[in-house]
Design a protein around this ligand. Structure first.
Ligand SMILES: Cc1cc2nc3c(=O)[nH]c(=O)nc-3n(C[C@H](O)[C@H](O)[C@H](O)COP(=O)(O)OP(=O)(O)OC[C@H]3O[C@@H](n4cnc5c(N)ncnc54)[C@H](O)[C@@H]3O)c2cc1C
Length: 196
């Protein structure tokens, strides 16, 4: 019988981010229904928004998000996501996600070159619904880069955590309502503590 301290179902950005944090506190098993990187996260082509520029503010990002959501948003969830955005992007960079960096070249919507302010050198874009430059990209495959970095971090334990993490793939025919039927994908020894 498999036992663990934390059972994570799903290997998208949410599940893998949680798995990395939880691994600092105990053994983690990640159960996913297909390959370890199969997720909506991998297919997200656009960028991710966060307040990273000195001229931007949490208040402005919250307002833009509520306006775009026509007031249907859960306000506390919006505030939480906005406030944690910069830290989460920093975490992704720490584990190896490579985002586009600003060049001293003019953007199509600008007449003069733009250099980063407090963005840490990231190339921040202005996109629909946003009143400030706050969209971070990895080309037009941002999600794929995030998923790559997270899978690698969970696999190789590129984190300060020292506990074990284990991957399991459910049968492709299993249903989410059924008890998980876990089968090991394979075992590897990329580190002394992580196993597939
Ligand atoms: C084409 C596309 C473009 C997008 N563009 C953007 C963008 O530009 N910017 C942006 O911020 N967001 C974008 N999104 C949305 C973004 O990808 C999602 O909001 C985000 O990836 C959700 O992450 P998640 O971890 O919650 O879910 P997911 O990434 O979907 O992960 C869910 C995980 O659960 C697993 N799972 C599901 N059911 C089961 C089961 N029964 N048993 C076991 N495992 C299961 C899946 O296999 C998967 O690993 C886009 C999405 C798509 C599809």
């Amino acid at each position: 019988m498999l036992t663990c301290d934390f059972l994570v179902i799903g290997s998208g950005v949410a599940g893998l981010s949680f798995a990395l944090e939880a691994a600092a506190h105990g053994e983690v098993i990640v159960v996913t229904k297909r390959s370890r990187d199969e997720s909506n996260t991998k297919y997200a082509q656009g960028g991710i928004a966060a307040v990273l520029d000195a001229t931007d503010s949490f208040g402005a990002h919250v307002k833009d998000t509520l306006d775009a959501g026509a007031g249907l948003n859960h306000v506390r969830a919006v505030e939480l996501c906005v406030r944690e955005g910069p830290e989460r992007i920093g975490m992704l960079q720490e584990i190896g996600a490579e985002f586009d960096r600003a060049q001293a070249t003019a953007h199509a919507d600008e007449s003069s070159p733009r250099l980063p302010t407090s963005s840490g050198g990231l190339d921040l874009h202005l996109e629909g619904g946003h009143s400030a430059r706050r969209i971070v990209h990895a080309g037009d495959m941002t999600g794929r880069e995030i998923e790559r970095a997270l899978v690698e971090a969970v696999t190789t334990r590129r984190t300060s955590a020292s506990s074990t993490s284990t991957w399991r793939s459910t049968s492709s025919r299993s249903r989410s309502t059924a008890a998980p039927r876990c089968a090991p994908a394979r075992t590897c020894s990329t580190s002394s503590t992580a196993r597939w």
